[in-house]
Design a protein. Structure first.
Length: 255
């Protein structure tokens, strides 16, 4: 089989990127639809519960009337104090319930906002490190073709070794912010792919350092890794906007 042309490779990468983005958008829409169904289901449950209570009260109206008479009628006189007491009890109960619900919503919102802040900080640190990696990757690539610049290549290689360790630590910290489900896994997928590309390119750089110069095939491969990482960064940018916007909307509504 013949080697793929650069144009064919770019087309293939674009198709993979678009497929990944479409899959994320599809899952994102499915998640929103599921939540809408859950909210609608709870609404119907509340309505059904209310109707059930009304039905019970209707079919037991004689018992209810006797109960009301015992509370409000003493010696054939209507007792306004009974109404006042019941109103006070109902008001107290409603206030307590409302306060508890509001406190729960505030707690959820605060926790989610703090979590979002942490995710943004960790992701920003990761993107900073990958930018440093790509700069040194490019510098190394240019230093090992034609007439090699060994000093520049060695400096870049030392930087790459340190940056890749920092990248792994930052990615692990980012992973720890998410639970295990398909929605989160799809969000983290481009980060995992970048990690694989970085590891593969690092292995290639080790082999190049042994000969102090890159062959034409090694040079092309280094450039391919660079372009692959750029594609995944584009995917991260698109997915992050959608994912973090959805989570921010949840935080504002206390979900």
């Amino acid at each position: 089989m013949g080697e793929q042309s650069p144009k064919d490779e770019i087309t293939r990468q674009n198709q993979l990127l678009n497929a990944g983005i479409n899959k994320f958008e599809s899952l994102f829409d499915s998640e929103n639809k599921r939540k809408q169904r859950d909210r609608k289901g709870r609404k119907y449950a509340y309505i059904l519960t209310g109707l059930t209570i009304l039905a019970i009260l209707f079919y037991n109206r004689i018992i209810l009337m006797n109960f009301m008479i015992k509370i409000f009628m003493i010696n054939d006189e209507f007792q306004w104090g009974g109404i006042t007491a019941i109103v006070a009890i109902l008001t107290f109960g409603y206030t307590a319930y409302n306060n508890q619900k509001r406190n729960k919503i505030d707690l959820i919102s605060k926790s989610r906002i703090e979590w979002l802040s942490t995710v943004r900080e960790v992701e920003a640190e990761y993107l900073k490190k990958i930018s440093e990696y790509m700069l040194n990757h490019s510098t190394f690539t240019n230093a090992v073709v034609d007439v090699p610049d060994l000093n520049t290549a060695n400096r870049s290689w030392e930087n790459i070794k340190k940056i890749t360790i920092d990248l792994q630590k930052t990615y692990t910290l980012l992973q720890l912010q998410f639970g295990k489900d398909e929605y989160n896994d799809l969000f983290l997928e481009p980060f995992e792919t970048i990690g694989d590309k970085v590891n593969d390119s690092r292995k290639l750089i080790v082999n190049i350092c042994k000969n102090c110069k890159a062959t034409d095939m090694q040079y092309r491969k280094l450039n391919e890794y660079y372009k692959d990482i750029e594609k995944e960064l584009e995917s991260i940018s698109i997915n992050s906007r959608k994912y973090l916007k959805a989570e921010w909307d949840k935080a504002k509504s206390g979900k």
